[in-house]
Design a protein around this ligand. Structure first.
Ligand code: CA
Length: 171
């Protein structure tokens, strides 16, 4: 798994690098929006982008907008200031997959990274197991003890969200 971190706060970036490398990911780090933009343009091997919105030399939202306008479906986790609900909403509107408001726990970030990269893997590794329940994210099929469970599209969507965030509160 290869992750690009775009974060200009060196202390936070170091924490992210240590945590994610510790969990076995290959991690690249850039400290400005323009560097993030060119890294994303020249390398399509990333599995996840962790994107601070308040970046020098190009705002994170602009980086995200440019990424999506190139047709990339790369999973993106944005990092926002705690008080900026507006930025968060804009980020999600521009195609971010999830967000973390600062300050956040590195443990929670790790869990979200796991969920996002699972989702991003698409066809390769897509089954989530929870006890006897197995959910195939690509085929959108749920089975219990190998028997298919008939669910509506809405129920499947709900199940998917709950499984991806197992053990956490979902609002
Ligand atoms: Ca920043």
């Amino acid at each position: 798994m290869r992750i690009l971190i775009a974060e200009d706060d060196q202390v936070l970036a170091d924490g992210l690098l240590r945590t994610l490398r510790g969990s076995g990911a290959a991690v690249d780090h850039v400290a400005s929006g323009s560097e993030a933009d060119s890294a994303l343009m020249t390398n399509n091997e990333f599995d996840l982008l962790i994107l601070d919105l308040g970046l020098p030399r190009m705002h994170g939202l602009e980086v995200l907008k440019r990424l999506r306008s190139r047709g990339s479906a790369l999973p993106v986790l944005i990092l926002t200031a705690a008080d900026s609900i507006e930025e968060r909403v804009k980020g999600l509107d521009y195609g971010a997959d999830d967000y973390m408001a600062k300050p956040f726990s590195l443990q929670e970030l790790e869990a979200r990274v796991r969920a996002l990269t699972r989702r991003g893997m698409g066809a390769t590794s897509n089954a989530i197991k929870h006890g006897p329940l197995v959910y195939d994210q690509a085929g959108r099929v749920a089975t219990i003890d190998g028997k298919m469970v008939e669910l509506s599209a809405r129920e499947l969507g709900l199940l998917e969200v709950l499984l991806q965030r197992a053990g956490r509160l979902v609002s």
